[in-house]
Design a protein around this ligand. Structure first.
Ligand SMILES: O=C(O)CCC(=O)C(=O)O
Ligand SMILES: [Fe+2]
Length: 363
């Protein structure tokens, strides 16, 4: 059998998603002549003129799950019940005791901060994903609405290791490739543990899930402050993730993420010791709607930049995802979806909010 060419993954992704050219927002925000209304115009959201629908009181209430306890016979039953309720009721949880060593987290944090401080010309040289996929300062996953987002992103295909091409990884700062590689492979282990625990909470065979999180895309996100109109722009439009599971590292612990709950937005308080994990669309489909892929968005501060690293764990593009019989209801609420087809839909310019998931609903 022929071996897959190392770059096939990138090549294939460029068929799934093409990027729209966008202005680098960090550069725009740093503009020495100041931010005129004219320059900000395309980012201003008329739909968020007030924050009546934000419920700050609940910001500390996102469930916290201890990975160690899930595998400790003395606590496993209790902690599993909490995990199940977090996935059903919140779709998000703060994972502590997650096993990624502190020094590896510290290195990747430091390197991401240094990377975004590089001059634009230098960062642009790393915008080299093949085909239409561009990295830094060009949106990678671009629906039309994302071109309005007050943020920049840089994407790296990190796993599986045969699919990645490190030539596309930044080498500045010089420790960056190693930090990415270390973080990525440690996170695979964490993902494996949490998926094992999730399979148990759903009472399904782990085998059904082993191929659902094998690919990992890392996306560094940079949200510049916006002194004049922080409340009228969004760093990331409302969306649910087209992943199986997402792990978010809040690189500098500056608040910004809000999650939708009971029709209100709840700001999430960063926990420097945790990884924020959320259920993605594929896990919602697989669990037949029992576990929820929740909408979220990112708001902007007046004087602090926010840096994050999202790790999307997804099945390989040639796979399919189906609801597992017996979960939640007898009747399947979702159809079987092809991963490539779903990803194309998710990244198409016509989507808004959760509609990709709506397309997977059965009649
Ligand atoms: O940067 C954040 O806080 C969230 C990013 C996010 O939602 C995503 O990358 O899908
Ligand atoms: Fe997201």
């Amino acid at each position: 059998m022929e071996m897959e060419a190392p770059r096939s993954s990138e090549a294939r992704w460029s068929r799934v998603a093409s990027s729209l050219p966008v202005r680098n927002v960090q550069d725009l925000a740093a503009c020495s002549e100041g931010l005129t209304e004219e320059k900000l115009k395309r980012y201003i959201r008329l739909d968020i003129q007030d924050d009546d629908d934000v419920v700050a009181e609940q910001s500390g209430e996102v469930p916290m799950i201890d990975l160690g306890k899930l595998f400790n016979p003395d606590f496993a039953e209790y902690e599993s019940a909490r995990l199940r309720s977090a996935c059903e009721d919140w779709g998000f949880f703060q994972l502590v005791n997650h096993g990624v060593p502190d020094d590896i987290i510290a290195s990747i944090r430091g390197d991401i901060e240094k990377f975004f401080q590089l001059p634009l010309e230098v960062k642009s040289t790393y915008a080299q994903l093949p085909g239409d996929l561009q990295g830094y300062g060009q949106s990678f996953v671009v629906s039309e609405r994302q071109t309005l987002d007050w943020s920049d992103m840089f994407v790296i295909i990190a796993q599986p290791s045969q699919a990645r091409d490190m030539r596309y990884w930044p080498v500045q700062p010089h420790t960056f490739r190693k930090s990415i590689e270390d973080y990525s492979s440690e996170l695979m282990k964490t993902a494996h543990s949490i998926v094992t625990a999730i399979a148990k909470t759903l009472n399904i065979d782990l085998e059904l899930m082993v191929d659902k999180y094998v690919c990992q895309y890392l996306r560094m996100n940079y949200y510049p402050p916006c002194m004049t109109m922080a409340k009228k722009v969004l760093g990331f439009s409302p969306h649910s993730d087209g992943s199986f599971l997402t792990f978010l590292l809040e690189v500098n612990s500056v608040q910004g993420l809000q999650i939708k709950r009971h029709n209100a937005w709840i700001p999430v308080k960063p926990n420097p010791n945790a990884l924020l994990v959320n259920v993605g669309d594929f896990l919602e489909i697989m669990s037949n709607g029992k576990y929820k892929s929740i909408e979220h968005r990112v708001t902007i501060n007046t004087n602090q930049e926010r840096l994050t690293l999202s790790a999307f764990h997804v099945p390989s593009l040639d796979g399919v995802v189906s609801p597992v019989p017996g979960i939640a209801e007898e009747r399947p609420r979702y159809k079987t979806v092809g991963v490539e087809e779903y990803s194309k839909l998710y990244m198409s310019n016509k989507l808004d909010g959760k509609r990709a998931l709506d397309h997977a609903k059965s009649l």
